[in-house]
Design a protein around this ligand. Structure first.
Ligand code: NAI
Length: 700
């Protein structure tokens, strides 16, 4: 049992003891009901205090039980709350630190609530595509008022206890303790005083629940919420559940809440969000690097190259309060880099997103140099110079000479072999890839590239650094393109074949954007620069002659249409605007190319477009797992969700494929393999997929 029972004089204290946040798993629930039974059976006990040990009152459901039958095993949370309500002795919740989800619902089942200042209070279920399922939507409006409760339930955001406790007319908290330290004693005193007073025990369920504007308010709320949550059903369902609290008797409202909760539990959107929640936490864990691996202290950072990436990377550290020294070859390049950083910060100040003094504090952490000796004390040095192995060699040879013992030497290379880069030094164990995405100060994703010899404490340190600078870090092994770009190449290849076979860039973009991608492949190409892919394909022609490509993208580049930066790409652009305008010239170029190849264009359905693009990611992702480049499918999903605009409500390519069913995915791949215009070898389902299909399993 993960709850303790103790008696202090005539007050029984039930303490949840399920670290880290007293999740309400089966053993905690049993512990609470057990404690309650003891307290009720003991005549010497006059009142009960319910609290949590350690860092939380309770963070809610136990994530280890998520979606398993154990979550519903009796006593389930609903029955625990009913037992609390039925107690003939007053129960006081002593709430501190974290009171979220099921934890808040549990507290709302108690007769009284005493809270410590600074407590984070929330019903965050909406973030998992759900609504609160143990009375939260019915009880919170009764104690906070409909609007305040609905705001909390729809946003899932935490609100500080002192703010809630000071709201006029609120009945959520009966007392705000003077401090977290005095909470326990104050709660015990409070329990004694209510026991002494006697009389009926108050229950939240008996409070009235009304909004003065009635259904008109809820219509307004639905319009607002519906507009803001287009791919996600849960937020609107939150409104519906709270509305039920105002229309129905308490028990009928509870039944309505349950019905909505269960229906949401089986939606693909909730499944995707729960997957994301777990995958995000799992990404920071590396199978063979224990969590207690010692880390190297990172107090100062060096960045080499003050270009597009170097500047953005530098900002991440300045934002986190870590001093950075930026090194360049020429003073002009340094000046340009610093000016760009200033410009970015000033734009934030202008928009009111950054206070001026904060901006100054950040800039004060930045120094610049032309001399490698200035980096000799840096704990971490990140290289972001031109993407040429020869240039990297020069940089890493010099770093090896000047960097202090134990300094971590990182490369931001997007295509080069990190093991080769490590071999330029006599300390390959200290070398690692840190692949940021552009703009590096904005994009969440960081691929941490693990070389053959990268030391475990280097990996552990870099993962912790990533957290500090608020990135989602995913470990990738060394291969061409790492996880993200290796997969996107297959996606781009399919986009090219689709043009050859009869689609237009706008049709392809529209179909995949309707699926939920932020931007289709051709609009994306125009934004990032079509010349990047061109350079890669030229390199491929010598390195991997087996890789088949459509020639259309090369033809586009031969016309100088590199995208927005040249004013024309797959689309036309008007000066100063970013709207993609379909181009007659490009469409004619595609048609001419088809004629050259002797292809009669066919009508291609949006469904086929989506399947070919997404399943190309899936098949390559499966190969990446087979090759051990990624250690789990959730890592691949995190890369795509945080770095490539994959629609959040689909949960990432691998999760999506599991949802569609790997058998169906594999059968579709086999069908694509029969298309003579496509790449039959590529469309053989990866052995991992075939194995999972045979075993009736999914990626997760
Ligand atoms: P960039 O051309 O904007 O900046 C490179 C900077 O490095 C220039 O300012 C140049 O003066 C400086 N530099 C070159 N050689 C140097 C040396 N020996 N010592 C000191 N400074 C030197 O290039 P960008 O886009 O910032 O790329 C840098 C690295 O980041 C490349 O390895 C690239 O593959 C990688 N990368 C680029 C991404 C992008 O979207 N641009 C995304 C992820 C990685």
């Amino acid at each position: 049992m993960t709850a303790e029972y103790k008696v202090h004089g005539d007050v029984a204290v039930i303490t949840m003891t399920n670290p880290p946040v007293n999740g309400l798993g089966y053993s905690t629930r049993v512990g609470i009901t057990d404690g309650l039974a003891k307290a009720l059976a003991d005549d010497a006990v006059k009142a009960i205090v319910l609290t949590g040990a350690g860092k939380a009152f309770s963070g809610g459901a136990d994530i280890k039980e998520f979606g398993t039958p154990k979550a519903l095993q009796d006593p389930n949370l609903l029955s625990v709350i009913l037992a609390l309500e039925a107690s003939t002795k007053p129960i006081v919740a002593a709430i501190h630190s974290v009171c979220m989800g099921g934890g808040l619902e549990l507290a709302l089942g108690c007769h009284y609530r005493v809270v410590a200042p600074g407590t984070n209070v929330a019903l965050p279920e909406v973030k998992l595509g759900l609504i609160p399922g143990a009375g939260g939507t019915q009880r919170l409006p009764r104690v906070l008022g409909v609007e305040a409760a609905l705001n909390m339930i729809v946003s899932g955001q935490a609100v500080k206890s002192e703010l809630l406790a000071s709201a006029p007319g609120q009945k959520l908290f009966d007392k705000l303790a003077a401090s977290p330290e005095s909470l326990f004693d104050e709660a015990v005193e409070f329990a004694k005083s209510v026991a002494a007073k006697g009389g009926d025990l108050p229950l939240v369920r008996n409070l009235p629940c009304k909004h003065p504007q009635g259904d008109a308010y809820f219509q307004f709320a639905k319009n607002m919420v519906g507009g803001m949550s287009k791919n996600f059903p849960a937020p609107l369902k939150c409104v519906e559940a709270v509305q039920a609290a105002t229309q129905l008797k308490f028990d009928a409202g509870m039944a309505k809440e349950r019905e909505i909760f269960i229906a949401l539990m089986t939606t693909p959107e909730s499944s995707a969000l729960r997957h994301l929640f777990m995958a995000e936490r799992a990404a920071s864990k590396i199978p063979d690097v224990p969590e207690d691996t010692p880390q190297r202290p990172i107090k100062t950072v060096g960045v080499i190259g003050a270009g597009t990436m170097g500047g953005g990377i530098t900002m991440n550290f300045l934002n986190a309060g870590i001093p950075v020294t930026m090194l360049e070859m020429k003073q002009e390049a340094l000046d340009r880099g610093v000016a760009t950083i200033k410009k970015n910060y000033e734009a934030q100040v202008k928009k009111g997103k950054l206070k001026h003094d904060k901006y100054e504090q950040r800039m004060a952490l930045l120094s610049t140099t032309l001399d490698y000796a200035a980096l000799k004390d840096c704990d971490l040095i990140i290289e972001a110079v031109f993407e040429e192995l020869g240039v990297k060699e020069k940089v890493f040879t010099q770093l090896d000479e000047i960097a202090k013992q134990g300094a971590i030497l990182a490369s931001n290379t997007s295509t080069l072999d990190v093991d080769k880069i490590a071999a330029f030094t006599k300390r390959p164990q200290d070398v690692v890839g840190m692949h940021f995405f552009s703009p590096a100060n904005v994009m969440k994703l960081l691929e941490v590239v693990r070389g053959k010899q990268t030391a475990k404490d280097v990996l552990a340190t870099v993962m912790a650094v990533a957290k500090k600078i608020k990135k989602t870090a995913v470990v990738s092994g060394v291969c061409d393109g790492f996880i993200g770009n290796r997969m996107i190449e297959q996606y781009s290849r399919q986009a090219g074949f689709l043009l050859d076979e009869g689609a237009t860039p706008q049709q392809v973009d529209k179909a995949i954007e309707k699926f939920g991608f932020a931007m289709g492949p051709f609009r994306m190409g125009d934004l990032a620069g079509n010349d990047i892919g061109w350079a890669i394909r030229k390199r491929r022609a010598t390195e991997r002659a087996d890789m088949k490509y459509s020639r259309t993208a090369d033809k586009l580049c031969e016309l100088g249409r590199f995208g927005q930066k040249t004013g024309a790409g797959w689309y036309d652009y008007q000066a100063g605007k970013r709207d993609a305008i379909p181009s007659d010239l490009v469409n004619k170029m595609i048609e001419d190319h088809r004629k050259e190849l002797g292809i009669t264009p066919r009508k291609i359905s949006d469904e086929e477009i989506v399947q070919r693009l997404v399943y190309a990611l899936v098949n390559e992702g499966a190969h990446i797992l087979e090759d051990g480049i990624a250690s789990k499918s959730g890592d691949i999903d995190m890369v795509y969700l945080t770095g490539y605009g994959f629609p959040m409500h689909r949960g990432g390519p691998m999760h999506y494929a599991s949802q569609v069913g790997l058998y169906n995915v594999a059968e579709t791949m086999k069908r694509f393999a029969k298309n003579p215009r496509d790449d039959a070898a590529f469309w053989q389902p990866a052995p991992l997929i075939q194995k999972l299909v045979a075993e009736g399993k999914t990626f997760s």
